[in-house]
Design a protein around this ligand. Sequence first.
Ligand SMILES: Cc1cc2nc3c(=O)[nH]c(=O)nc-3n(C[C@H](O)[C@H](O)[C@H](O)COP(=O)(O)OP(=O)(O)OC[C@H]3O[C@@H](n4cnc5c(N)ncnc54)[C@H](O)[C@@H]3O)c2cc1C
Length: 469
Amino acid sequence: MNGWVESGAAVRIDVLVVGAGPTGLTAAIECLRQGLSVRVVDRREQRAEGSKALVVHARTMEAFRAMEVAEEIRSIGLPFAALNVFPDARPPAIRVPLDREADWGDTEFPYWLSAPQVEVERCLERRLGSLGGEVEWAQGLLDMHQDDSGVHAQLAGGECDARWLVGCDGGRSTLREQLGIRMERRDDGQLFVLADVLTRDEFPDDEGRVYRSRKGLTLIVPMPEPRRFRLIAHLPRLVDPPLIDASFVDQLVLDRTGVALGAHSVGWTSHVFLSHGQSQKMRRGRAFLAGDAAHLHSPVGGQGLNAGVQDAHDLIWKIAAAERGAPGWLESYEAERSVLAGRLVRAVTLATRVMTLQRLVPWALTARVARIALSTGPLQRQLTRRMGMLEQKLPPGPGVDKTPWAGRRLPNPFVGEQRMHDRIDPLRPSIVELPEGGVVVVRPDRVVVGRYPSATAIPPRIQSLLVEP
Ligand SMILES: Cc1cc2nc3c(=O)[nH]c(=O)nc-3n(C[C@H](O)[C@H](O)[C@H](O)COP(=O)(O)OP(=O)(O)OC[C@H]3O[C@@H](n4cnc5c(N)ncnc54)[C@H](O)[C@@H]3O)c2cc1C
């Protein structure tokens, strides 16, 4: 059955997805792949044009591969070759390779992919269309209530009854407010300016730059269009948001780094007031929060879009399992994702503070420490596998046992012609035999539930979760 439901249809659908950013589009695609009937609504009249988030990480590409959209997203993006860090704003830089020279291990996507969010959203929307779905614009969620069997939503253009409601409606989430869930949010009053500009300097097209200067942190990030870069600059003191044009960009970069950027053809620009936080809960009854609706952090880590896509990718197979008669997995959504969100918000907040420190620690000392640390393998690995979200470990709980490997991403080496991940059922938890003997129970998000000597050794609690009609 095609799970798409026409707007206004007077039937109860399986899932109503609120918000058509990267998180909501992922949720809608996954619903259709799982055979769930779905509507995805957004309060905007049409897609916003701003390029916003820029980096797609390896673990997100693995989710996109499962969604059969990775190739298209790769084709619109540019893999970073390296990150050049200038700990005290002047040369020489520490060049951290991010391409195949780097220690990526077993992923098929060994890179940071520069891909503007709006382009990623267009790819996702096309994928949604290929499955028969479509975003309903100008259909904001206004109100909702729920009982044990479903959710009733009041949308701008009518009403909708659904068995489940997924709120992907961003940092100022209406659903979060409707559910009475608080966001523990801290606004630092710090300002970042962002600008997509063409440049005339001679820096390689596919390498990023990070300048730690006393005047503020400055990142210059490659974009897929040749010679186009994203400037991300921290303005340390409270200032009125400046006008961002080519001469502002040139002057700021020159002042802080001594580089004559030659900025021109300014595209998207934005001011971002730093805000970080996490919603107290990610679920109330039959309604869930995902993406920015549940966690917010600074643009420095480039993790916002990635975390949202992974929330949605994780949630929908669990809803589908519940619909098929295995509700146990769904208990794990909030338990797992809120732990990951908390870690992420803390790590990005700390990294942002360390990189934007002004006077707390002697400047020359931090620059020297950064120089030494960044030249070593372990810290470089943080920028590949760690930033790529390949090393996340979920705590034991309803969806993760306490065996070796449990909670980690299944390794993905070649086994003969095939990679290990190709043995996983992309829609349901499955049992996979290991080449060295024994089995693992693996979820569609490639997380290992548990590793056992044989299929008969899988404990009854996990067995019961695998029994689906
Ligand atoms: C200016 C700016 C710059 C950023 N730069 C970066 C960056 O460089 N790197 C990075 O990783 N992240 C960045 N981010 C963050 C990143 O864009 C987000 O983490 C990402 O968009 C989260 O996706 P989402 O789908 O959860 O939410 P969003 O993309 O915010 O999508 C939410 C959607 O919900 C819709 N909506 C809201 N309320 C309702 C309602 N009541 N009913 C129906 N629909 C509703 C909105 O119209 C929107 O389309 C930036 C964000 C902003 C605003």
